[in-house]
Design a protein around this ligand. Structure first.
Ligand SMILES: O=C(O)COP(=O)(O)O
Ligand SMILES: [Mg+2]
Length: 233
């Protein structure tokens, strides 16, 4: 008889790598508050959260550059360095852990960990912020590595960010799977030849379908079916 139970997979992936912002957590509100804080400090007008959502995914500096470009001229590199320090401290102090997990995300992570599938986190967020956030949302212990935007000299969309994450996990990229919300995740995965699940509820200016992930989910309820489909193909 074929064993059949919830979330049964025909073959286990060697590892699953998750992106953080826009994939596991809906952090746009907190990032938007921090961005508007530094914009206002510099006499700029604020940016609506709906617009900030399309600016997240390439790290804090890219978010700041996009925010300042949107509201006037771009400050010098040195000025952005100073603004970035203020942004990071403000975000570190004000980020909230409450109600920011996307529905079903924690459940999926816990079920995968229970199935002994190695989990890695690969985000363009700074490590200090990543570690704090992952602890506060209660998911840090389920991941064998937390790899951040400042862990290496390269980062998503550079495919080496994903392959280096797998190396740190001692996992092969064969049968590994990536889960992400934005162009940097999908491009990195495609370049690394790692199948990728795109989530449609995250942050991307380009509609996720146009980025051509191998499969798209609209809710974590669809995760295990998507995994099954990817594994069979
Ligand atoms: O833009 C960021 O700060 C990080 O974004 P990511 O977790 O989606 O890589
Ligand atoms: Mg993201």
């Amino acid at each position: 008889m074929t064993p059949h139970h919830d979330n049964f997979m025909t073959k286990k992936p060697s590892a699953i790598i998750f992106d953080l912002d826009g994939t596991l957590v809906d952090s746009a509100r907190d990032l938007s508050r921090a961005l508007n804080h530094v914009l206002q400090q510099n006499g700029r007008s604020g940016i609506d959260i709906s617009q900030v959502r399309n600016m997240v995914g390439d790290g804090a500096r890219a978010l700041i550059v996009k925010g300042f470009t949107e509201t006037g001229t771009l400050p010098s590199d040195a000025e952005i360095d100073a603004i970035q320090t203020i942004f990071l401290d403000y975000y570190y102090d004000t980020m909230t852990a409450e109600d920011i997990l996307f529905p079903g995300a924690a459940d999926v992570v816990k079920k995968l960990a229970a199935q002994k599938i190695p989990l890695g986190l690969c985000t363009n967020k700074a490590l200090r912020l990543t570690e704090k956030l992952m602890e506060e949302i209660g998911l840090a212990s389920y991941f064998s590595v937390l790899i951040a935007g400042d862990s290496f000299d390269f980062r998503k969309p550079d495919p080496r960010h994903l392959t280096a994450t797998l190396d740190r996990m001692n996992c092969s990229s064969q049968n590994a799977i990536m889960v992400g919300d934005s162009a940097s995740d999908i491009i990195a995965a495609q370049k690394a030849a790692i199948p990728v699940i795109g989530v449609s509820f995250g942050y991307t200016k380009t509609p996720i379908a146009e980025l051509n992930p191998d499969i798209i989910i609209d809710h974590y309820d669809e995760f295990f079916d998507a995994l099954d489909t990817l594994i069979k193909t």
